[in-house]
Write a protein that binds this ligand. Structure first.
Ligand SMILES: C[S@@+](CC[C@H](N)C(=O)[O-])C[C@H]1O[C@@H](n2cnc3c(N)ncnc32)[C@H](O)[C@@H]1O
Length: 286
């Protein structure tokens, strides 16, 4: 149903399709802001242990977040929990609204006992330390010079050639020593709303078959962990830290995975490599 809906939207003029997509997402979104914040908090906790272990210097630093999404929770964790100086957050779409920012400001400040001062000049009510640039494709637009580049669940939504272009740009434009942090969920998005579909379902298709299944609204590349690592290496980036989840062989997901007839494109990878999920990687520009 969703595939059919997104395929129909993709036939509309860009502006109309984008608007309807935004409204449909809001209509079907049943998660509360509080539960969404909880999920981002889990990312912050994961990051925080590594900030100490790998000594990522966040305090007083400027951070670029790629793929802001619907509300600036990670920028707030950087700002109010990790004492960053400034966050520039960019997104190819425009999803922030003043209503949602006001809700987040109230919830976040209560939950984490901090004072969020909305900048009176910000049309969205963002604090002065957070700059939001919507309709900003990081692959095509300038890459701001920052100390840390961060993304959460964004790389899997980019085309493979764009993942390569982004990292080439990071390598050539950012100062040596710049840190890049990615959280990557390399699973089949269709499985998130349908428990009968495996998180690895898309590995059965050839490239042309997969191109027909998704649209720009639910774009999902199928890069596996070794492919991401090869791209980072090819772009001259050093992997400082890598963490991912392995599939539990007693789980329902593993049973579903075993029912899939893998496409020959994936035959070269081990089960561990194919199913590596929830990737957290820290890179350094050398
Ligand atoms: C799944 S959402 C994740 C949002 C947020 N980071 C989070 O964790 O909730 C992916 C976001 O990346 C954005 N995005 C995808 N490609 C992009 C690009 N080339 N430049 C900037 N943003 C992009 C999408 O518009 C979307 O808001």
């Amino acid at each position: 149903m969703k595939t059919l809906l997104f395929n129909s939207l993709a036939l509309l003029p860009n502006k109309v399709g984008d608007y309807l997509y935004h409204e449909i997402q809001i209509f079907f979104d049943k998660m509360t802001l509080e539960s969404k914040l909880k999920s981002v908090e889990a990312t912050y906790f994961r990051l925080n242990t590594v900030v100490e272990k790998v000594l990522i210097p966040v305090e007083d630093k400027t951070i670029l977040e790629i793929g802001s999404g619907w509300f600036p929770a990670m920028p707030y964790f950087f700002l109010y929990k990790l004492n960053a100086k400034k966050i520039i957050t960019v997104d190819i779409n425009e999803h922030f609204t003043s209503k949602r920012i006001a809700e987040l400001n109230s919830l976040f400040s209560k939950k984490y006992s901090c004072k969020i001062d909305s900048n009176i000049n910000s049309r969205l009510g963002l604090p002065e330390e957070v700059d939001y640039f919507s309709n900003y494709d990081i692959v095509k637009h300038e890459l701001p010079k920052v100390d840390i580049v961060f993304s959460r669940y964004v790389l899997s939504h980019m085309e493979e050639k764009d993942v390569v272009a982004l990292h080439q740009k990071c390598s050539s434009k950012l100062a040596k020593g710049t840190i890049i942090v990615h959280f990557i969920s390399p699973s089949d998005l269709r499985a998130h709303g349908d428990a009968s579909i495996s998180l690895y379902d898309f590995l059965q298709y050839s490239k042309p078959e997969w191109e027909k299944i998704h649209t720009k609204f639910d774009y999902n590349n199928r890069l596996r962990l070794p492919q991401y690592l090869a791209i980072f290496e090819q772009c001259g980036l050093e992997v400082l830290y890598l963490e991912y989840q392995s599939i539990d062989q007693g789980s329902k997901q593993y049973q579903l995975f075993k029912t899939i007839q893998l496409h020959s494109d994936y035959a070269q990878y081990s089960e561990e490599e194919l199913t590596a999920g929830n990737i957290f990687v820290v890179l350094k520009v050398t």
